[in-house]
Write a protein that binds this ligand. Structure first.
Ligand code: DGY
Length: 327
């Protein structure tokens, strides 16, 4: 542990961060950075962790369920550079007395923007249209083919009405979309103006043209968008996912896209990413992104600073603003 009152806390940072974030880390901590962004395995992190008091890691680190129990006793806090924390077990951290923090709020807009990009890209054929131009196939276009699908004025169903779901709804309202949502509980009317709440996910599905997945990945939501759910969507519906890949069942989604029951899908997240089900690559009606939800300089910088704020609060003996574990 950093000597009380004197040495700065020692923080292991698993990935390259924005320059302003790295500068602050180096100024305020004894920070071990990863300037070459060399991917660290779980064993690398565990080995290096022994010389540190805290970890700043990301949802892209492949940690697995054995990670937290195997951490050395020096580690007192994990700040994850993500709002999602499904890569970390909060009960395991609590059992070890390790604090865990995340980065809510600062990536809401960037992620909601990507959800809209997915809706537009999937519906209007952004990936096949782009390919046609690059492959010099513009001449194949006619007045009746190829064609996408309308977004404006359609019905959007949002699964999970937290900050990001609400930000997606706000943007979709500008497209004249009717908003439906399913969440464990209805949100206050001012947080989802004009939106129709469905207490049962299954009741929302027949009433929408687009389904946007915006809930956290938890034991309750994993696999929730399965074959049964997809069958309840009207033929020609479009699915977009900016949350986590494991909420959607790949097998069911690929079958629905191949059969045409779903017209298209836009995916920024995948089960097992960056390895994805290879069948997605050969489907024409999917618009695929490599988990870009928070990938803007402003957002990534804000996420890094939020991690540092939490680390600093913790090492000052305060309750970190974004503490996930019981204090
Ligand atoms: C998050 O913050 O959870 C984003 O998905 C990036 O990992």
């Amino acid at each position: 542990m950093a000597a009380a009152g004197s040495a700065k806390p020692r923080i292991l940072v698993t990935r390259k961060m924005m320059p302003d974030v790295e500068a602050r880390l180096s100024r305020d901590f004894l920070a071990t950075l990863n300037p070459d962004d060399r991917p660290m395995t779980r064993d690398d992190i565990l080995r290096l962790a022994a010389a540190h008091d805290g970890l700043l890691l990301t949802s892209f680190d492949k940690l697995g369920p054995e990670f937290i129990p195997a951490l050395p006793p020096s580690i007192r806090i994990i700040a994850t550079h993500s709002v999602g924390y499904d890569h970390l077990s909060i009960p395991q951290a609590e059992a070890r007395g390790i604090a865990v923090t995340n980065t809510p709020g600062v990536l809401t807009d960037a992620t909601a923007d990507i959800a809209l990009l997915l809706m537009l890209g999937a519906a209007r054929g952004a990936s096949w249209g782009d390919r046609m131009v690059r492959e010099n196939r513009w001449g194949e276009t006619t007045l009746v083919s190829p064609m996408g699908f309308d977004v404006s004025g359609r019905r959007l169903g949002i699964l999970g009405m937290g900050r990001i779901g609400q930000a997606v709804a706000k943007r979709a309202r500008a497209f004249g979309m009717a908003i439906h949502y399913h969440a464990r509980k209805p949100v206050a009317a001012e947080q989802a103006p004009g939106a129709a709440y469905h207490a049962r996910f299954a009741d929302m599905l027949p009433n929408i043209d687009f389904l946007s997945v915006n809930c956290a990945s938890t034991a309750d939501t994993r696999g929730m968008v399965n074959a049964e759910a997809m069958a309840l969507l009207p033929r020609g519906a479009i699915l977009v996912n900016t949350a986590r890949g494991d909420i959607v069942e790949d097998e069911a989604l690929i079958a629905a896209l191949a059969s045409g029951h779903l017209a298209a899908a836009g995916l920024d997240v995948f089960r097992g990413e960056p390895q994805i089900d290879p069948r997605y690559r050969s489907l024409e009606n999917v618009f695929l992104l490599p988990h870009l939800g928070s990938a803007t300089p402003r957002t990534r910088s804000a996420m890094g600073h939020k991690c540092i704020d939490n680390l600093e609060q913790f090492f000052r003996g305060e309750r970190p603003a974004d503490l996930l574990t019981r204090a």
